[in-house]
Each structure stands twice: as structure tokens, then as C-alpha cells.
Design a protein around this ligand. Structure first.
Ligand SMILES: [Zn+2]
Length: 185
């Protein structure tokens, strides 16, 4: 099976993705965005799934909004739960890109992706890895979402975005743009 079809099948059939349903500030995330809109965009190559060359970034997966591509590390393994969690995080960036919300704060976008990742791992009964301040907060909020509170409070959203902003990796990522699917050639 082609890699893109494996990724699309994972998004459609994974039971933990079924539980990723929340609203954080203006951002709405629901299972259907992963299962229908994103899985279809991947199947039709409106979002391209590609394997990175060796020697590239250490992350198991990254989403590139300019290229509209979900890029997987050569070592990426769809059977590995931690790799699945990274894929869910990156797929959430893709889900927000599809929604065409235009320019918006990068720290909020990352907060949404970290919360989706935490809900996925929380649903799987797994603690955050690695333990860091962003994930301490995201997993606390995820517990609340998983216990039936899909509306993230503004206070929790602000705290999570603030933890993202304090991380040097995200310090300068002030604005992300969300521009929809790749235009047909
Ligand atoms: Zn991210």
C-alpha cells in the first residue's frame, strides 16, 4: 500500500482520533476534519505525503504549509504510538491550514496541535513524552476534554499558548497562515 494510503487509512480508522473534538479560542477541531477533509486531501494528493531525504530534521514528521506537504522522516513508523502522536500533531496543522482562516498567531496554532496530540495520547492511556512545560499543560487540558468538556477555557488556552511562546523553538513564530489546499496546476 502506498504511504499516502496508509496515512489516510490511519486518519480514518484510528479510534483515538475519534476523540479529538474541541474548541480552543476560534479554532474548532473535530474527528471529521481528520477523517474526511484531510484524509481525502491526502488521497487526492491535494496534500502530498512524502518521505524526507536522510539527514533532514530529526522530527518524525513535519507539515509544510507552503508546499502543502506532510513530510515523514525515513525512520517514520506508523505502528509506533509516539510517531502516531507526532503525525496527529502535524496533521492538526494541516487541518487548520485546510480551514482557510488566514493569518493567525503561530503560538495559538501550536497550542491547538499540542492539545490534539495530548488528547490522542491521553485517549491511548499514555503519559506525555518528553515531559516539558508545554506538554504538562496540554495533557492537563486534554484530561478535561476527554472527560467531556470540549470548550477549552480562554484561561487554559492562554496558558498553553504562553508555554509555547516561552519555548525558544517557537519564540519567533508569531504568525502562521492558513490558505487552504493546493490549487490544481
Ligand atoms: Zn507544531
Amino acid at each position: 500500500m502506498a504511504l499516502k494510503d496508509e496515512v489516510a487509512r490511519f486518519l480514518k480508522s484510528n479510534g483515538h482520533i475519534q476523540r479529538i473534538h474541541f474548541t480552543l479560542l476560534r479554532y474548532k477541531v473535530s474527528p471529521t476534519v481528520y477523517q474526511k477533509e484531510l484524509a481525502e486531501a491526502i488521497a487526492t494528493e491535494a496534500i502530498e505525503v512524502r518521505t524526507q531525504g536522510s539527514g533532514t530534521a530529526a522530527a518524525a514528521a513535519t507539515y509544510n504549509p507552503e508546499r502543502k506537504s506532510l513530510e515523514l522522516h525515513p525512520s517514520f513508523n506508523l505502528l509506533n504510538l509516539w510517531h502516531q502522536a507526532v503525525l496527529v500533531h502535524e496533521a492538526t496543522h494541516a487541518c487548520l491550514d485546510i480551514q482557510m482562516i488566514g493569518a493567525h498567531p503561530g503560538h495559538e496554532n501550536e497550542a491547538v496541535a499540542y492539545l490534539a496530540e495530548a488528547i490522542f495520547l491521553g485517549s491511548a492511556g499514555v503519559a506525555p513524552l518528553p515531559a516539558d512545560p508545554i506538554r504538562t499543560v496540554s495533557h492537563r487540558i486534554a484530561k478535561s476534554v476527554l472527560s467531556g468538556n470540549p470548550w477549552v477555557t480562554d484561561r487554559d488556552a492562554a496558558q498553553l499558548a504562553w508555554e509555547v511562546a516561552k519555548n525558544p523553538h517557537y519564540a519567533r513564530k508569531f504568525v502562521y497562515s492558513s490558505t487552504g489546499l493546493r490549487k490544481p496546476a
